[in-house]
Design a protein around this ligand. Structure first.
Ligand code: NDP
Length: 317
């Protein structure tokens, strides 16, 4: 690290709703934050179309427009945004210690506080057609996109709690829901399986996998295979929801921060504090349950307030 490295009050890693909300609060509190966007500037919302459930937008807003608005709101108060990703972190273990970061562009920072809002990425099956129809019939979030499939037929892929939850949620909106489970049993909890089995317009297809999608610009048909008999068939559906889990973006922090067994950062009760002083986590990177833009924004606000209080306690007294 060079001796010239600037010491900042706050560096925010990640540019989704959590990161930008933290930036708005931190910059309005004169913490002069630097925000490092990561590889997908704007985060998961930039891959969705219309956002209709974020309070304050009665006519809805597109995901990319919302993220552009959040960014300009943060920049208006002085947040400096770098379009890079973080390649290295060394967190201090001491109260009042300085944290070190290096970026893909070779920039080095020292900071009194770090706010991690690197999010989580939905897992996909890896089919070419998932990319081809992304936002045009393929989604990884029923709460976000289910509304657009009201009265239509859809398929959900997966056999865990997320898939069961998404399928039962969609069954309330859609005409018919097919749930494709690759094994002959579901991994979801008994209670969730009971809900699935008691939903009249939800049909579980065990031992079935999605192999391809067809349609003129938007999904019209899902091609599936029975992996026991190898029999191929197709479902006439308007949407396919991939619900095979999420991966929190925390590889960079391994061995430094406490995580649960699936890699989500652990925060202390009713705060965004991680196990290290001055390091805070907000948004989906620490939330495997709610995973909404509004909840991410809420914890982003909390992280900025936590960072501000930490700085007052350990650097200004
Ligand atoms: P899980 O890892 O629990 O389940 C993933 C599911 O997707 C499994 O059924 C798995 O199949 C299937 N799957 C994985 N890869 C593929 C593939 N390539 N093709 C087809 N199917 C695939 O993830 P979840 O997101 O469901 O849950 C994550 C955690 O969050 C869990 O601990 C869960 O309990 C919790 N959760 C709790 C909720 C609640 O309590 N309301 C709601 C949502 C999540 P297989 O079984 O064959 O491996």
């Amino acid at each position: 690290m060079s001796d010239q490295t600037t010491i900042l009050d706050t560096v925010i890693i990640g540019s989704g709703p959590a990161g930008y909300t933290a930036a708005i609060y931190a910059s309005r509190a004169n913490l002069n934050p630097v925000l490092i966007t990561g590889m997908e500037p704007g985060g998961q919302l930039t891959t969705t179309t219309d956002v209709e459930n974020f309070p304050g937008y009665p006519k809805g807003i597109t995901g990319p427009d919302m993220m552009a608005d959040l960014q300009s709101q943060a920049e208006r108060f002085g947040t400096v945004v770098h379009y890079e990703y973080v390649t290295e972190v060394k967190f201090s273990k001491e109260n009042g210690g300085l944290h070190y970061l290096k970026t893909s562009g070779g920039k080095e920072f020292q900071a009194k506080t770090i706010i991690i809002s690197t999010g989580a990425s939905a897992k996909y099956l890896g089919l070419e057609d998932e990319k081809k129809y992304a936002g045009s019939g393929v989604s990884a979030c029923a709460t976000c996109d289910g509304f657009f499939y009201r009265g239509k037929d859809v398929a959900v892929i997966g056999g865990g709690d997320t898939a069961a939850e998404e399928a039962t949620y969609l069954a309330k909106l859609c005409n018919k829901v097919y749930l494709l489970v690759r094994k002959d049993e579901m991994r979801a909890s008994k209670a969730m399986q009971d809900r699935v089995n008691n939903t009249h317009n939800l049909e579980v297809l065990y031992n079935h996998e999605l192999v391809g999608l067809e349609g003129n610009l938007v999904v019209e048909k899902a091609n599936i295979v029975n992996n026991v008999t190898n029999e191929e068939s197709s479902l006439t559906v308007d949407g396919v929801f991939i619900a095979i889990g999420h991966t929190p973006n925390t590889t960079l922090f391994k061995d430094q921060l406490e995580m649960d067994e699936t890699g989500y950062l652990i925060t202390k009760d009713r705060s965004t504090a991680t196990n290290l002083p001055g390091v805070f986590a907000a948004g989906d990177v620490q939330d495997s349950v709610y995973r909404q833009a509004i909840t991410a924004a809420g914890t982003g606000c909390m992280a900025a307030l936590d960072a501000e209080r930490y700085i007052v306690e350990f650097f200004e007294n």
